[in-house]
Design a binder for this molecule. Structure first.
Ligand SMILES: NC(=O)c1ccc[n+]([C@@H]2O[C@H](COP(=O)([O-])OP(=O)(O)OC[C@H]3O[C@@H](n4cnc5c(N)ncnc54)[C@H](OP(=O)(O)O)[C@@H]3O)[C@@H](O)[C@H]2O)c1
Length: 326
């Protein structure tokens, strides 16, 4: 593993200053500059996914669209999940017969469970599941199911979807790829930041906590009894609607050197093609396992991974029992 030697926490700085320091430190690696410096444009991915079936969440825009198109171009049948009918139609037109649009708004856990049911109902195996949707929201919002919105979208919903597909055997022998972010450097594994009180809410820290938790899930899903291999990756900084909305400063200052969606999709396609041996605790980025810590403080987890797993299971169970009694 390489790239990110832990340094001390820049404690005492305002959140805005921390963000500036964060951008300055990681821009050379995370932007297109890093992609070029690592020689990736000279190493096109020669891979065939013919005969494979993929499920990609958030496939209508940004990195998810790059992944869906990249997989379909290489022969995969891609169950492409989005909530916008027109965007799904446009994706199918662009990607051709390999794109199978599925309209689901995955903001609710129940919708993720319904998506899993739909995939199971269709039969057959999934070769690759890409848990791609992710959002950084600076405002605290509750979903109708009672969860903080980004917790439900970034982590809990994907957890419900993946667990159900694993339990059904649909993913046997397959790969689960979690789309995380360098934003996870900002926290240790934690429970208290997964869902924060509205009066103390920080979208940046919530996002970091969700992405950090994805690493723990990948390790759990890679255990032999789950019959899948799972990776957690960082796509780099990519020019997408998500960045425009959540991080306009990043777009304003680094817009010219942000990666393209295809570049952001590259490591997903590479992982699916190569299926490298999992490296515990690694954050995959630019086709290599990298350290998932840039600061010393994040190395000491606040809780065991089991505690996070237990919370997620309990929260999915709440939704299931509410649905059963409705
Ligand atoms: N972009 C970056 O620089 C960057 C860096 C690090 C990590 N990431 C991670 O990469 C992933 C993708 O990021 P992105 O920048 O490509 O995001 P994005 O531009 O916001 O695109 C997300 C996709 O998800 C869809 N989506 C959002 N909410 C949905 C919902 N409730 N139900 C169904 N579909 C929904 C969006 O569709 P709509 O158009 O309908 O909203 C869109 O197609 C995220 O996990 C993000 O955290 C991104």
């Amino acid at each position: 593993m390489a790239d990110t030697k832990p340094k001390s926490n820049p404690a005492g700085m305002s959140m805005r200053m921390k963000i500036v320091v964060f951008y300055g430190r990681f821009a050379p690696s995370f932007t297109a500059v890093g992609y070029v410096a690592r020689g990736l444009p000279l190493r096109p991915l020669n891979a065939s996914f013919k005969g494979q079936t993929w499920l990609v969440t958030g496939a209508t825009g940004g990195i998810g669209k790059g992944i869906a198109l990249g997989a379909a171009q290489r022969g995969a049948t891609v169950l492409a999940v989005g909530r916008n009918v027109a965007a799904l139609k446009a994706l199918a037109q662009q990607g051709g017969a390999g794109i199978v649009p599925l309209q689901f708004d995955l903001a609710l856990v129940a919708a993720n469970l319904a998506l899993a049911d739909e995939v199971i109902r269709r039969g057959g195996k999934l070769d690759v599941l890409v848990n791609n949707i992710g959002k950084l929201d600076h405002a605290h919002r509750l979903t109708p199911e009672g969860f903080e919105g980004t917790y439900a979208l970034n982590l809990l919903g994907h957890f419900a979807l993946t667990e159900k597909l694993i339990d059904a055997g649909t993913l046997d022998g397959g790969a689960v790829i979690n789309m995380a972010s360098g934003g996870l450097y900002n926290t240790a594994l934690t429970l208290r930041r997964l869902e924060q009180n509205p009066d103390r809410y920080s979208g940046v820290m919530a996002y970091a906590a969700h992405k950090r938790a994805q690493l723990a899930l990948a390790e759990r899903w890679t255990q032999p009894d789950r019959r899948v291999v799972s990776y957690t990756m960082h796509p780099g900084w990519v020019a997408t609607q998500g960045v425009s909305t959540a991080l306009p400063d990043l777009e304003r200052h680094l817009g010219l050197v942000l990666r393209t969606p295809a570049q952001g999709a590259d490591t997903t396609l590479w992982l699916a093609a190569r299926r490298p041996a999992p490296v515990p605790g690694a954050l995959w980025f630019d086709r290599a396992p990298r350290a998932a810590h840039a600061y010393a403080f994040s190395r000491q987890p606040e809780v065991e991974p089991e505690a996070v797993y237990a919370k997620l299971l309990a929260d999915v169970a709440k939704v299931r029992s509410a649905d059963a009694s409705a």
